[in-house]
Design a protein around this ligand. Structure first.
Ligand SMILES: [Zn+2]
Length: 461
């Protein structure tokens, strides 16, 4: 475990003539630690008013979250704090200028933040959810994600008619950044069709009928012609990535896409620069997805509710892990789904397969992404992975803070490094010593803005 260098003491400039002082509201009570104090140093009103783009321009009147932004400082300096560099904590604080990290001290500093005894990490991510999907539940979801330090989210199956209107209020400095897959490609009647029909029965999607789901919540296709028609439909709704389903493909009980149709879909998506995430029910489905050229496996088997088919379906062979690694196919863990399983003996079997699969994939060099496929925030998945005791704290922290870059591969995120987006979390204790420190977030900065949570925000359930 890397040792933590001693903290530098805050310099006197942090308390020179503050004209503005803001208390960061604590989501998690940070007993025994110093509060993080934010000072806006007076440089004269002309300097203070010379802000970057007015945040009011970014926070529209339809802004759903009550999370608020601090005055947007042009430059931020930090004192103290141990900064995570991907392998351990170092003692070289960065600066923030125009929403980016920089290494050199800017000519003038608008704000200095004292981080003594804090551990600074990149924001966390949730690589598999369906939670941010419609207006009614958006505000609570955004607040929960921000409370848990989860800034980057992938919704791997949603209804574009409900989710696309949210785009105006997502992907901003005080909300979460969300990639939407829209309806996944499956077979007629295949998953997720019955699931969505149950949701319609429960009134989850306002006054929608089941007939409205096809072409929105899923795309049922069996051949090339149907695929091309469905693909044009989803393309018009501008997905950020494509979702496809394989359910025991190449068995007599298969549902979802055939391997041939999946391969064709991947080719079409690649032409448009869209990545394809595949729901794989079995280890063999993972292999088929990799052969088809998919970019991501949306679940690591097993799904706990189908474990009765036996370990032979779910244990990932080394040859499959090697293929995934060679073709750079990432795998979303979704292990916490086993928590919903109440049979103790079966749950232990599932956990034992999960441990073995995680080791096989990691040892082969497969990129694992932290994602829960639940209405948690991804923190539940990270803590469940910690409980499986397969990875040491450093490995797990690295996996989680790397996950956001897989969701948004074109952005400079997930690193506390120069030229990267200035987003960070300050923890009150060292997550390499105690992984549960990832829950003890004292300060959140997103793209150079300090996020202030509304009072009584609840984090993960
Ligand atoms: Zn899912």
């Amino acid at each position: 475990m890397p040792s933590v260098p001693p903290f530098p003491r805050a310099s006197s400039r942090t308390h020179s003539s503050p004209v503005y002082r803001q208390r960061i509201r604590h989501t998690v009570p940070a007993a025994g630690c110093l509060a993080v104090l934010l000072f806006l140093i007076a440089f004269g009103s002309s300097t203070v008013s010379a802000q970057p783009a007015d945040p009011a321009e970014h926070v529209s009147s339809t802004e759903p979250s009550t999370s608020s932004l601090s005055s947007p400082p042009q430059t931020i300096a930090f004192t103290g704090g141990a900064w995570y560099d991907g392998t351990g904590f170092v003692n070289d604080p960065l600066y923030i200028e125009n929403g980016r990290f920089i290494a050199e001290r800017p000519a003038s500093i608008d704000t200095t933040i004292a981080l003594d005894r804090h551990f600074v990490v990149p924001p966390f991510a949730e690589a598999h959810t369906h939670r941010i999907d419609q207006k009614g539940t958006l505000e609570g979801a955004v607040d929960a994600y921000l409370a848990d330090g989860v800034f980057y989210v992938a919704n791997l199956n949603n209804i574009p008619a409900f989710a696309n209107p949210l785009r105006d209020t997502l992907d901003r400095e005080n909300t979460v950044d969300v990639a939407l897959a829209h309806g996944g490609f499956t077979s007629p009647g295949g998953h997720p069709q019955p699931l969505y029909e149950r949701l319609v029965d429960r009134g989850i999607y306002s006054d929608w009928t089941k007939e409205q789901l096809a072409g929105q919540a899923f795309h049922a296709v069996t051949n090339s012609e149907e695929l091309r028609t469905a693909y044009e439909t989803i393309r018009a709704d501008e997905p950020d990535l494509i979702k496809a389903y394989l359910m025991f493909a190449e068995t007599k009980n298969a549902s979802g896409l055939t391997p041939a149709v999946l391969a064709e879909l991947v080719e079409m998506a690649r032409t448009d620069g869209l990545r394809v995430s595949v729901h794989a029910q079995s280890a063999n489905d993972m292999h088929i997805a990799a052969e088809a050229g998919a970019h991501q496996i949306a679940h690591m088997p097993p799904m706990p509710f189908q474990h009765d088919d036996g370990e032979k379906w779910y244990l990932i062979p080394d040859s499959t892990a090697q293929l995934l690694a060679e073709r750079e196919v990432s795998v979303v863990t979704t292990t916490v789904l086993a928590d919903g399983f109440d049979d103790g003996e079966r749950k232990e079997r599932v956990r034992s397969i999960q441990r073995e699969n995680l080791s096989t994939l990691h040892d082969a060099g497969v990129h694992l992404l932290v994602g829960s496929d639940t209405w948690g925030t991804g923190q539940n998945e990270a803590l469940y992975l910690h409980g499986l005791d397969v990875f040491d704290n450093q490995t797990l922290l690295r996996l989680w803070t790397d996950t956001g870059r897989s969701i948004f591969p074109d952005r400079a995120i997930g690193r506390l490094a120069p030229d990267h987006e200035a987003s960070l979390l300050a923890l009150t204790c060292n997550p390499l010593s105690d992984f549960t420190c990832v829950e003890k977030i004292d300060l959140r900065i997103k793209q150079g803005y300090v996020i202030e949570l509304p009072p009584q925000t609840t984090s993960s359930p």
